[in-house]
Write a protein that binds this ligand. Structure first.
Ligand code: TRP
Ligand code: ZN
Length: 865
């Protein structure tokens, strides 16, 4: 039996024993790997105490204390613990413990601990995976220096890797060899890594700001070397950016990245040896989209930045996860904004937050960025901890200013380098360095839900005074009956008719209701709120159509210009959803025409043309009928497409024909958003078909971004070229794993009357397996998240399909199952008939006899009332 009771932040207690050094010897074998561990243990308290070590799915073969083997009576074993009672331990402050265990990597489909990805061995220890390798104090505040000897067959596994520097290597009997690694930086075991395989290696080096040479090595499956170039360039850019922006330099002589195909998440920042999902490493222009390129650079940066924010300073306990994740996401977002258009990067961050994090924060798994109660830690690698966590750091950056923020970072590292600390420690460093009182700001760490900011304004023509009143309200819940006022930075603009008179301000909203008076305002200004999206809040503020139109063209802040357009569109989506007879105004077409012809950069124009997503709209309409919402979005698309067809077609053609524009990311984005609109008009549907042919067959211009855009358009509008072009695509790419993931995702997102027959065929496709998380997500995730029309179909078959797959995954890979269930647990967003069907399916999953803690925690929360 696994432990089914939750843990609480309030119960934190410092460890009674710590571990100073670890000597591991791992003898690799597919089904019976042997792990020998020698630990130097230090007692932290005088009184006798039992030593309880975490361990799961292990076969224990020996326990030795101070070189004396323990008999079976001298220790206790449960499914999750090895307990050595005080009576079996020496009284001394220091003693040694040796433990030998055996594990079966081949049958480890959960991909936690030591497992096989294809032919390679690799590990994933965050959050609590090390306990599947050996009995250990598996908590981040126990930090030790690791020396790791890896032993394996020399032919099959020529490369044996672990953290730190290589200190020894040699041949052994029976065709085996070994390599020993030593990591001089004490670390928690979640940062431990081991990899063994037969890879191609891309070698490079980086000279740090103090002049040290660091060897950079990227390990990829044989034959993929040319696809690792972009990752290498991204790594060097990240290293340079962190030196320039935060004065942070890399600290070992070698930095290794290994790309594997079987991985639960994006990537992992193990000290000196990052392990990556291959999808965030491999790219070339034939097989990767512009978006893939962007994401690879961002994830490489994220993991690299963890070396300081996460590894050198780590978390005291897992409730503090946002200490490293929120901060590191903020850092990677700033990096991306510096490498690309900062306006477009910011818009894309906000889209994710609004469409997914807001939904999470309004659903049954809502939690503060520092959770207080956890059953399965893997369930808390959430959009809230990561993305809202990053927004909280960004608010600090806004409130303190860039200089004080940098001072705070410097102080944080000066105080805590080499330690395991808390979110409070971080905020205190920021407060001390800037001399700003952040007491109230800390509430962001303990309150959940998206705050709603209300607006009241008045203008006095005689006194020329403009008064702005803002209110704030955080949602209440069982865990949060009395939310308190938060410290909210509100960047605003008072947009004037006279172009040069627009003024911007940073307001600090700290009370439930607060007013500001602005003097000498010549005429009633138009209010633009949340410049740069200065706080993760919702606005309760209905601005008139004409004000929004004014902001689209006149706000200084690019985010405000974009957001005004989105709010206008959202109001139409809302009205169309609730009232089938609502007619769209021609003003909208005029506004869109102006956007198309504006002199903004093309990536920004493309963003302005993107309609709010299904998820974003669903979050703003209570108990929405999903089918009505799908129809509303289609109607809005068709209205714009029809009304602006000449402009959209001209814009599309210009980008298709002009050779210089063809190769440019921004222009591709603009061209492909035009195609998405034109695809709704019969007259232009040939364009999607032709773009596929052109993007696929041209020898030097073959381009995955354009190929996918064309197929996506065909999938969404059920165009008749779709199935033959998908067969063509399949035969071209069947041996390229990452591209076949795209194929499965496209197949699952097609709007089709026989979608369920197709899904069944896809499940039995020779290349489909639930054991590979990317593959499982590409089929099941794409269907549930990218095909709302079929997922929410009124028969309930969509919900049933997801349910069956989640139930199968529960036994194979609980982490992946638990992520895929998201759209079902948010059932309260939808109309009662849909709610009921979704709830019935959840009850079915809850009835599983071998239900994992991962799913149990979410189902219990979703079904509690
Ligand atoms: N620390 C990783 C990151 O943010 C997250 C991660 C990777 C992870 N793999 C995981 C978390 C497995 C839990 C389980 O980059
Ligand atoms: Zn991270």
């Amino acid at each position: 039996m696994t432990d089914t009771s939750p843990r609480f932040l309030a119960d934190y207690a410092a460890p009674v024993f710590t571990i100073n050094t670890v000597n591991l010897t791992v003898n690799l074998d597919d089904t019976c790997s042997q792990v020998h561990s020698e630990l130097d243990i230090e007692r932290q308290e005088q009184e006798p105490a039992d030593l309880a070590l975490n361990g799961e799915h292990l076969i224990l073969t020996a326990v030795v204390v101070n070189n004396q083997a323990l008999t079976r009576e001298q220790y206790q074993l449960t499914d999750t613990l090895l307990i050595i009672p005080a009576s079996s331990l020496p009284q001394a402050k220091h003693f040694t413990l040796q433990i030998t265990t055996e594990i079966n990597p081949l049958e480890n489909t959960a991909l936690e601990g030591l497992f096989k990805s294809g032919n390679a061995f690799c590990t994933q220890c965050e959050a609590e995976g090390f306990r599947r390798i050996s009995y250990y104090l598996d908590r981040p505040d126990v930090m030790a220096t690791f020396t790791t000897k890896v032993i394996a067959d020399k032919n099959l596994y020529p490369q044996l890797l672990s953290n730190g520097n290589k200190v020894d290597s040699g041949d052994l009997a029976d065709g085996k060899h070994f390599v020993t690694w030593h990591d001089p930086y004490p670390k928690p075991c979640y940062l431990f890594a081991l990899v063994a395989g037969d890879f191609d290696v891309l070698n490079d080096s980086y000279k740090t700001m103090s002049g040290r040479d660091v060897a950079l090595e990227i390990f990829v499956d044989k034959g993929n070397l040319s696809k690792a170039q972009h990752a290498m360039i991204s790594l060097k850019k990240s290293m340079q950016w962190d030196e320039e922006t935060f004065g942070l330099e890399y600290d070992l002589d070698i930095y290794m990245i290994v790309a594997v195909d079987f991985f639960n998440m994006g990537a992992m920042e193990n000290k000196g040896l990052n392990v990556f999902n291959s999808k965030f490493v491999l790219a070339d222009h034939h097989c990767a989209t512009d978006n893939d390129y962007f994401n690879i650079e961002a994830v490489i940066a994220h993991e690299y930045f963890h070396n300081w924010t996460g590894n050198r300073v780590t978390c005291r306990d897992w409730f503090q996860l946002s200490l490293k994740e929120g901060l590191t996401v903020f850092r990677d977002q700033q990096f991306s904004a510096d490498m690309h258009s900062s306006a477009v990067t910011r818009i894309q961050n906000v889209r994710v937050l609004r469409s997914q994090q807001f939904a999470e924060d309004a659903g049954p798994m809502a939690h503060p960025i520092r959770p207080e109660k956890v059953l399965e830690m893997n369930n808390f690698y959430t959009l809230t901890v990561y993305e809202k966590g990053s927004e909280v750091i960004r608010m600090l950056h806004t409130l303190l200013g860039a200089n004080n923020f940098r001072k705070g970072m410097d102080l944080y590292f000066a105080r805590y380098d080499g330690m395991a600390v808390t979110c409070d420690d971080f905020i205190n460093a920021m407060a001390d360095a800037s001399e700003k009182d952040l007491t109230q700001f800390k509430r962001w760490y303990s309150q959940s839900g998206t705050p709603i900011v209300g607006v009241n304004e008045s203008y006095d023509n005689v006194t020329k005074k403009y008064t702005l009143t803002l209110t704030q309200k955080s949602p209440t819940s069982v865990n949060q009956p009395h939310p308190q006022a938060l410290h909210i930075p509100m960047k605003i603009e008072l947009v004037s008719d006279a172009p040069n008179e627009t003024q911007s301000y940073l307001l600090e909203l700290t009370q439930t209701e607060q007013s500001w008076v602005f003097d000498n305002v010549d005429s009633k200004p138009t209010l633009a709120l949340l410049a740069d999206f200065s706080a993760p809040v919702k606005l309760d503020y209905s601005q008139s159509e004409s004000d929004l139109l004014k902001l689209i063209s006149h706000a200084n802040n690019s985010f405000c210009r974009w957001d005004a357009g989105q709010r206008l569109l959202m109001s139409y989506v809302q009205q169309l959803t609730l009232d089938k007879s609502f007619t769209l105004p021609n003003d909208l077409l005029v506004a869109f025409k102006n956007i198309l012809h504006s002199d903004s950069d093309h990536a920004f124009i493309a963003e302005q043309l993107v309609l709010p997503s299904f998820d974003e709209a669903a979050g703003l309409i209570a108990e929405v009928d999903p089918i009505a919402l799908v129809k509303a979005l289609k109607k809005l698309t068709a209205f714009i497409a029809h009304g602006l067809q000449d402009e959209l077609f001209a814009c599309y053609q210009a980008r298709l024909l002009n050779k210089e524009l063809v190769d440019d990311v921004a222009n591709r984005a603009l061209k492909n958003i035009c195609l998405q609109y034109l695809g709704t008009l019969e007259k232009y549907q040939y364009l999607a078909k032709e773009q596929y042919i052109q993007a696929t067959e041209s020898i030097d211009n073959a381009n995955m971004t354009d190929t996918l855009a064309a197929l996506n358009c065909s999938a969404k509008y059920s165009l008749n070229n779709f199935s033959s072009q998908m067969s063509d695509f399949e035969s071209r790419w069947q041996s390229t794993t990452l591209v076949m993931d795209k194929w499965f995702a496209l197949m699952a997102s097609q709007v089709s009357s026989d979608i369920f027959e197709q899904l069944n065929q896809l499940l039995s496709h020779t290349l489909f397996t639930l054991k590979n998380p990317n593959r499982a997500r590409s089929l099941i995730g794409a269907f549930a998240m990218n095909n709302p029309e079929n997922f929410h179909c009124k028969t309930g078959r969509g919900y049933q399909f997801l349910t069956e797959q989640v139930m199968a995954l529960n036994a194979i890979n609980p982490q992946v199952a638990s992520r895929l269930i998201t759209p079902l647990i948010q059932f309260k967003n939808f109309a009662p008939a849909h709610q009921n069907m979704m709830r019935d399916n959840l009850l079915k999953i809850q009835g599983l006899s071998n239900l994992s803690n991962d799913l149990k925690e979410k189902l219990d929360a979703a079904l509690c009332e």
